[in-house]
Design a protein around this ligand. Structure first.
Ligand SMILES: O=C(O)CCC(=O)C(=O)O
Ligand SMILES: [Fe+2]
Length: 245
């Protein structure tokens, strides 16, 4: 049985979207069922390209980006991308890899509030209250395999990820301690790869203005990454909206 999630499938699937074309997902979300109550909904054109360029320029210029030192297996490591954290006042503090980012206020960044409103409108019933921003200045910047499974997000966190600028690959692979959950039905809008080592992996090429939603058991059962791509020549900014419980 499919796990119940906060955000329903309805409203943004192709067949219900007024301008939808079943082939390109225009204005529509395509669901990729990862099995066992995990799925991804991908909206290639969540925001128009024009609006998205405006946001990219704004974020590049006005966000107080930092490149903190975190700890990986106990060793200090400079994070291989710029980051910033925005959160509603009074929430539990975020801490990952030995790093506690300062929480900036939504009020200082009106365009981010505007995007948050768009996300809430698109997903009635959602209550995102924090945002982790990432900036990849070149194809050398990346995020390694991880899951956003910190306790403060609860058991089945829904994470809405919006991308601006340079297209990059977003990969998902099943956590290795989990057994394969069997076949996935239908044609996903992503490349489904079965690696020679038997690891099931998915790849989404995240477009300028796109939104990718991870939900259900995705953080429990899957890892995701944005690997280095030496041919990626320009800046990409990514916003991940989360709900601290
Ligand atoms: O840049 C992305 O698309 C993913 C970022 C991410 O996984 C994170 O911030 O946790
Ligand atoms: Fe993540």
């Amino acid at each position: 049985m499919k796990q119940q999630t906060l955000i329903p499938d309805s409203g943004f699937t192709d067949h219900q979207s007024p301008n939808s074309n079943p082939n390109d997902g225009l204005n529509g979300g395509k669901v990729t069922d990862l099995g066992n109550g995990s799925d991804i909904v991908y909206f290639p054109r969540f925001l128009t390209p024009e609006k998205s360029w405006g946001y990219l320029h704004y974020l590049n210029k006005h966000i107080p980006w930092t490149r903190p030192t975190i700890r990986v297996f106990g060793k200090p490591c400079v994070q291989p991308r710029d980051v910033c954290y925005i959160a509603t006042e009074g929430l539990k503090e975020l801490s990952y890899s030995g790093y506690k980012p300062d929480a900036h206020s939504w009020d200082d960044f009106p365009p981010l509030k505007e995007i948050l409103d768009e996300v809430h409108k698109a997903f009635p019933g959602s209550h995102f209250n924090s945002l982790l921003l990432n900036r990849y200045n070149s194809g050398n910047d990346y995020v390694g395999w991880h899951a956003d499974d910190e306790k403060l997000y609860g058991d089945n966190p829904e994470i809405a990820s919006i991308s601006f600028g340079c297209e990059r690959d977003f990969l998902l692979k099943k956590r290795s301690y989990k057994k394969s959950q069997g076949e996935v039905e239908g044609e996903p809008p992503s490349k489904r790869l079965k690696k020679s080592n038997g690891v099931e992996q998915y790849s989404f090429n995240l477009k300028h203005g796109s939104l990718l939603l991870m939900r259900g058991n995705t953080q429990r059962d899957w890892l995701h990454s944005v690997p280095k791509r030496l041919k990626a020549g320009s800046t990409r900014v990514n916003l991940t909206f989360r709900r601290v419980m």
